[in-house]
Design a protein around this ligand. Structure first.
Ligand SMILES: NC(=O)c1ccc[n+]([C@@H]2O[C@H](COP(=O)([O-])OP(=O)(O)OC[C@H]3O[C@@H](n4cnc5c(N)ncnc54)[C@H](OP(=O)(O)O)[C@@H]3O)[C@@H](O)[C@H]2O)c1
Length: 242
C-alpha cells in the first residue's frame, strides 16, 4: 500500500523538492499552497508524469484555522489515513529591527510559521493516528538555533518550532514520530540573491544548501523508526565558523 504524505508549501522551493523525493519513493501526495496556482499546477504535472503517483493540490492558507478546517474535511473525503505530514510552509518577515515591526506583521509571521503547525497537527491527528507509525516533520531554521540574521520574529517562530517538535514527540509517542529540520540558507526564492551571498559567507563550508538535501533529510527521518524529538541541522558547520 502506498504511503500518503501531505506537504504544506509543497509546490515551490524546499517543499517541492520534498514532494519530488517522496513521490519517486512511492508516496501519494497532497500538496498545499496559498496563492500561486501556476507554480502549483506545474509542480503537480511534473511530479505526476515523472513518478506516476497520485498528486492532489489543495489551495489553503495554513495560517487560518477555518481554511485548515476546510482542508481537513476535504482530505478526509479523499483518504482514510495520513502517513507523513510535513509542516514546511513559512514566510520571511518584511521588517527586521524590532522597533519597526508593526504588531499585525508580528502576528502574521507567528501565525504563518508557528500557529499553522498547531492548526495542521491538531486537525490531521485522527488521520495520522490511523496510519501509525506515522511521521510529522516540521521546518525550522538555523535562525531558531542561533538568532539568525533576519529578525526577532523569524528567529522566535523557528525556535518555537524546535521546542514544539520536542513537546509533540513526547505527547504523540508511541505511534507518531515528530522531528524537525533546521537548514542554513537554502537555494530557493525565499531569500534574495544578495542575502544568500551574505549568509553563505558565514558558513564553514561556504555553500548554499540545495533543496534536495533537505528532501533527503526528510526521507532519512521517515525511514528511521527510532528517531523522534530531534532537530536535523544542515548548516554548513555554522556553529564552528566563528
Ligand atoms: N530558503 C531558506 O533559506 C530557508 C532556510 C531555513 C528554513 N527555511 C524554511 O523552509 C520552509 C520553506 O521555505 P522555501 O525556501 O521553500 O520557501 P518558498 O520558496 O518561499 O516557498 C514557500 C511555499 O510555502 C507556501 N506558503 C507560504 N505561506 C503559506 C500559507 N500561509 N499557506 C499555505 N501555503 C503557504 C507557498 O505557496 P505559494 O506558492 O502559493 O506562495 C510556497 O509553496 C519555510 O518554513 C522556511 O522558513 C527556508
Amino acid at each position: 500500500m502506498a504511503r500518503v504524505a501531505l506537504i504544506t508549501g509543497g509546490t515551490r522551493g524546499i517543499g517541492k523538492a520534498i514532494a519530488q523525493n517522496l513521490a519517486e519513493n512511492g508516496c501519494d501526495l497532497f500538496l498545499v499552497y496559498r496563492s500561486n496556482d501556476q507554480a502549483a499546477e506545474a509542480c503537480r504535472d511534473t511530479i505526476q508524469s515523472a513518478s506516476h503517483r497520485r498528486v492532489t493540490l489543495f489551495k489553503c492558507d495554513v495560517s487560518s484555522e477555518s481554511s485548515v478546517g476546510k482542508l481537513s474535511g476535504d482530505l478526509a473525503r479523499q483518504t482514510d489515513r495520513l502517513d507523513v505530514l510535513v509542516n514546511n510552509a513559512g514566510v520571511m518577515p518584511r521588517h527586521y529591527p524590532i522597533e519597526s515591526i508593526p504588531t499585525d506583521e508580528w502576528n502574521d509571521l507567528i501565525a504563518n510559521n508557528l500557529t499553522s503547525i498547531f492548526f495542521l497537527t491538531k486537525a490531521l491527528l485522527p488521520l495520522l493516528r490511523k496510519a501509525a507509525p506515522a511521521h510529522i516533520i516540521n521546518l525550522s531554521s538555523i535562525a531558531g538555533q542561533t538568532g539568525g540574521t533576519i529578525g526577532v520574529g523569524y528567529a522566535a517562530s523557528k525556535g518555537a518550532v524546535i521546542s514544539m517538535t520536542q513537546a509533540l514527540a513526547k505527547e504523540l509517542a508511541p505511534g507518531i514520530q515528530v522531528n524537525c529540520i533546521a537548514p542554513g540558507p537554502v537555494d530557493t526564492e525565499f531569500l534574495g540573491d544578495e542575502l544568500k551571498r551574505k549568509l553563505k559567507d558565514l558558513d564553514l563550508l561556504k555553500r548554499i544548501v540545495a533543496p534536495e538535501e533537505v528532501a533527503r533529510a526528510v526521507r532519512f527521518l521517515i525511514e528511521s523508526p527510532s528517531v523522534t524529538g530531534q532537530c536535523v541541522t544542515l548548516n554548513g558547520g555554522r556553529y564552528m565558523s566563528r
